[in-house]
Design a protein around this ligand. Structure first.
Ligand SMILES: [Cu+2]
Length: 498
């Protein structure tokens, strides 16, 4: 495709320049891996009579991602991202969240089955200088959850600048299956993000129409805030806990040495048994746990491969020749095994029992159709796409409760995507099972509990769950696209459980 054609299609010369930089910087990253992977500190609660107290402070600072260049960032208890919160099933937690930023923000506990008034959605705004102190009991399976900004209309920008962290939950069942559990040693978190930088080092978040519509895509990969780093594997068996913490990029993760990935967990639980496959497709907000069985002195890379399945005919036509279609191959992380003695380690063949709900017990099938009303040629003249995306024909409004779910009921949610792009669909306050994709069984990697699911262009995905937590109109639960630019443009709704 010629430059002029490309400019016509994406409607911006600036974007064409960015695309050129993207190719160059991906190539440069592939040659380096000189940065050692940062591991976010583990945050254990301080015991008190009312529960374990976790102190989180949202603060501004600078981070050095690129050598010698200071990037203004925000984070929790530090300048970028936050500590990994650690709790156990049954724990009573008190999260003391202090906002030292000069702007209001919210903190959503993504994946936690907690009452809506503690959920941290757009209604629970923490003003500058204020403290928000939700308190709840952990009542769910061992899992890799996370927390991030959920400020109305500003989620994409605040997460991009650094307001995100991991939330690790343990329980006895997962502790007994023989997976590595030593955090930072053989149990390694990987928060994968993509970013663009301006010349002065600031993150580039222009919110052009192209970014809003396609979702923000960066040209530099950060893992835990380290630019395309390496990690030194210390033990033969290593567990990787992967979060796609990007605003909108989908990764198709695989190994560059041809070996399969062994997948042991999804968003909200372990799987019932390990699954081996060549690639793992992970949308924004989704998590997966991998098990690496390394040989001594072995070195290989986790790559992201072209994502070929996500765009419908219209999406492919619009994106062809641009970076926004996830059509590149680029490295995420290099894994270098030490000179340890490899022994016959036992890989667990059975993991946990994953909760399930029978479709026959469902009292209602709710249809949710994802809309991008302004897409097509009509959008070309617009500078602002706010309110142009929605679900069931309506854009998000804090003033409107979209529906009520009876407390204790089991429902099937049928998510339909008639748009040209894939959307990662997330529901607050619950964990669900994926029932089917276009009538076919879910992907093997989706066999655990989940709270976020990729719905491809033209696809219908059905999920099932039980709604046990109460949610009043004052503090509703959200359901939304986890492409943060789409969410901020209105592809979100709210429900109560009564
Ligand atoms: Cu979306």
């Amino acid at each position: 495709m010629s430059i002029s054609r490309r400019q016509f299609v994406i409607g911006s010369t600036a974007t064409a320049v960015a695309l050129f930089n993207l190719r160059r910087s991906f190539a440069q990253q592939g040659e380096q891996f000189s940065n050692e992977l940062k591991i976010p500190p583990l945050l254990e609660g301080k015991p008190s009579v009312n529960g374990k107290i976790y102190e989180l402070t949202m603060q501004a600072g600078t981070s050095e991602f690129l050598p010698g260049i200071a990037t203004p960032t925000i984070g929790f208890n530090g300048s970028y991202l936050g500590p990994t919160i650690h709790g156990r099933a049954g724990d009573q937690l008190i999260l003391r969240v202090r906002n030292l930023l000069s702007e209001p923000a919210t903190v959503h506990w993504h994946g936690l089955r907690i009452p809506a008034r503690f959920d941290g959605g757009p209604h629970q705004l923490i003003e500058p200088g204020a403290v928000w102190e939700p308190s709840f009991r952990i009542n769910q399976k061992a899992s890799l959850c996370w927390y991030h900004s959920h400020t109305m209309g500003r989620t994409g920008e605040q997460v991009l600048r650094g307001l995100a962290g991991l939330f690790l939950i343990d329980d006895d069942e997962s502790g007994s299956v023989g997976l590595p559990t030593e955090y930072g040693v053989d149990d390694i978190p990987l928060v994968i993000q993509d970013r663009r930088f301006q010349r002065d080092g600031r993150f580039d978040y222009p919110m052009s129409m192209h970014d809003t519509m396609m979702g923000y895509k960066g040209d530099v990969i950060l893992v835990n805030g380290s630019v395309t780093p390496h990690f030194n594997i210390l033990r033969q068996l290593t567990r990787l806990r992967v979060l796609n913490g990007s605003n909108s990029r989908i990764y198709s993760i695989g190994r560059d040495d041809g070996a399969d990935l062994m997948i042991v967990g999804s968003d909200g639980s372990l799987l019932e048994r390990p699954v081996s496959q060549r690639q793992l497709r992970l949308g924004p907000g989704e998590r997966a746990e991998l098990l690496i069985d390394a040989k001594a002195n072995q070195s290989f890379r986790l790559m992201s491969y072209p994502d070929s399945v996500h765009a419908g005919p219209m999406g492919r036509g619009m994106m062809m020749g641009t970076m926004s279609d996830n059509s590149e191959t680029f490295p995420l992380l290099e894994l270098r095994a030490a000179n340890f003695e490899t022994i016959n380690v036992s890989i667990p063949t059975k993991l946990i029992q994953v909760p399930n709900w029978l479709p026959a017990k469902s009292t209602l099938t709710r249809t949710l159709t994802l809309d991008m009303a302004m897409m097509g040629m009509g959008m070309m003249g617009r500078s602002n796409l706010s309110g142009s995306m929605g679900i069931n024909g309506r854009s998000m409004s804090k003033e409107r409760i979209d529906f009520e779910v009876p407390a204790g009921s089991i429902e099937i949610w049928e998510i339909r995507n008639s748009t040209p792009l894939p959307h990662p669909f997330h529901i607050h306050g619950i964990q669900f099972r994926v029932l089917d994709r276009d009538g076919a069984p879910p992907l093997p990697q989706e066999g655990g509990l989940k709270d976020t699911v990729l719905v491809d262009s033209g696809s219908v995905v059905r999920v099932i769950t039980e709604f046990t937590r109460a949610a009043s109109a004052e503090y509703a639960y959200m359901y939304h696209c986890h492409n943060l630019e789409h969410e901020d443009a209105g592809m979100m709704g709210q429900f109560v459980v009564v």
